[in-house]
Design a binder for this molecule. Structure first.
Ligand SMILES: NC(=O)c1ccc[n+]([C@@H]2O[C@H](COP(=O)([O-])OP(=O)(O)OC[C@H]3O[C@@H](n4cnc5c(N)ncnc54)[C@H](OP(=O)(O)O)[C@@H]3O)[C@@H](O)[C@H]2O)c1
Length: 359
């Protein structure tokens, strides 16, 4: 097997932790003896659990001596919930570490590599970097920008509308697309909607028909606290917390008390911008947010440059002149989605891609 194949194996293992490691990254590791035999492998399978390198080294035992360790992220050099991986790597007698990317966490960011080199371990960085960055977008965005990775999700008609009329719930997409969207909910830390959608649709915001291990945080962006305490989402505490984000001076203390009594966690952002609200979520360790609308919230996210990924379900029907347009009145610079994917889902078309490219 080639070095690239060992790294592919490590990336495959990393994906095992999907949906379970947040706010930690997905990491996989493979220990390869000098004769090319894989003698140990492991993944970081859940937050607080052993790191991938430790699992791989445990599996390899004495066979790690003189071996090469392939890992999808720079090994850690700080004491978190588990001990520093670099010490374990040196103690095991690993001769060379091949890592896909540097860990942007300020507690690591190159220190792990320096430690290894200073102890005589050869270090090579960059193999499989694009794939390793792509699987850890939420972690990288959280560490670098202090906010979650934002996926804008919307269903639109052929004429670019998300609802038949303002304030009206409109079922647009096929059952297949709805199931697809439910599976996407299962893979993120949080779903977010604006208060307008709560008032119009009164959605449950739970995951249906897809398995999810961690609780799902539901976020309502609602500066004036117009969410009714009887909103259906507040009856779903078993699925995860409901956070309502307001800002100082915009809502009455009475409305806040009523929502808290109904089970919501009301948080006050530093200012009225969506960026401030997202930083609040980042500080709670929310690394990925599926922004499900509606039109005003999506436009605000777009205008503030906070959309990292777009997932659009386009359905083959028109809603006509009264329809609520996605991005109504916005003038865009010309551009295109990156790493574009287009897929038929039932009778609908899914179009998705990065806005700025994976970072
Ligand atoms: N087809 C789809 O994919 C889809 C998905 C969702 C909804 N919809 C439809 O969309 C319609 C609702 O859309 P909408 O535009 O009225 O409501 P919305 O975007 O869900 O909510 C708008 C509200 O969000 C609040 N908000 C909080 N923070 C904000 C910020 N930083 N910037 C801007 N607004 C912020 C504002 O109220 P405050 O000023 O009080 O904060 C604003 O009035 C409904 O008809 C619904 O059925 C369609």
């Amino acid at each position: 097997m080639s070095a690239a194949q060992y790294m592919d194996r490590a990336l495959f293992l990393a994906a095992r932790g999907r949906g379970r490691t947040s706010p930690n990254p997905l990491v996989g590791a493979v220990v390869v003896a000098p004769d090319g035999v894989v003698v140990g492998q492991g993944a970081h399978e859940r937050a607080g659990g052993p790191h991938a390198e430790v699992r791989a080294l445990d599996a390899a035992g004495g066979r790690a001596c003189g071996a090469t360790l392939y890992c999808t992220l720079e090994p850690c050099c700080h004491v978190g919930r588990t001990g520093p991986c670099v010490e374990r790597i040196v103690d095991a007698g690993i001769a060379k570490v091949v890592a896909a990317v540097e860990d942007p966490n300020p507690l690591v960011s190159g220190r792990g590599f320096r430690y290894l080199r200073s102890r005589g371990v050869a270090v090579e960085v960059g193999l499989g970097a694009a794939a390793a960055s792509a699987i850890n977008q939420p972690f990288f965005t959280l560490v670098r920008a202090g906010r979650p990775f934002v996926t804008l999700k919307a269903a639109t008609s052929l004429d670019g509308c998300i609802a038949a009329r303002a304030g009206v719930r409109t079922s647009l997409t096929s059952a297949e697309a709805d199931r697809h969207a439910q599976r996407a909910r299962a893979g993120v830390d949080a779903i977010g909607i604006g208060s307008g959608t709560v008032l119009a649709d009164d959605p449950l915001l739970t995951v249906r028909g897809a398995y999810r291990e961690q609780p799902l945080t539901r976020v309502i962006f609602d500066r004036r606290l117009r969410t009714p305490p009887a909103a259906r989402v507040l009856s779903t505490a078993a699925a995860g917390p409901v956070i309502i984000i307001t800002c100082a001076g915009a809502a009455s203390a009475r409305a806040r008390r009523a929502l808290e009594a109904a089970g919501a966690r009301v948080e006050v952002a530093a200012d009225a911008s969506l960026g401030a609200a997202l930083r609040l979520l980042g500080a709670s360790g929310i690394g990925s947010l599926l922004l499900e609308g509606g039109a005003v919230l999506h436009a605000a996210a777009w205008d503030e440059g906070l959309v990292d990924y777009v997932r659009l379900y386009v359905t083959p029907r028109t809603l006509g002149p009264g329809g609520v347009r996605l991005f109504d009145g916005r003038r865009f610079r010309s551009g295109r989605l990156l790493n574009l994917r287009v897929e038929p889902v039932g009778v609908d078309a899914l179009i998705e891609g990065y806005v700025h490219g994976p970072h």
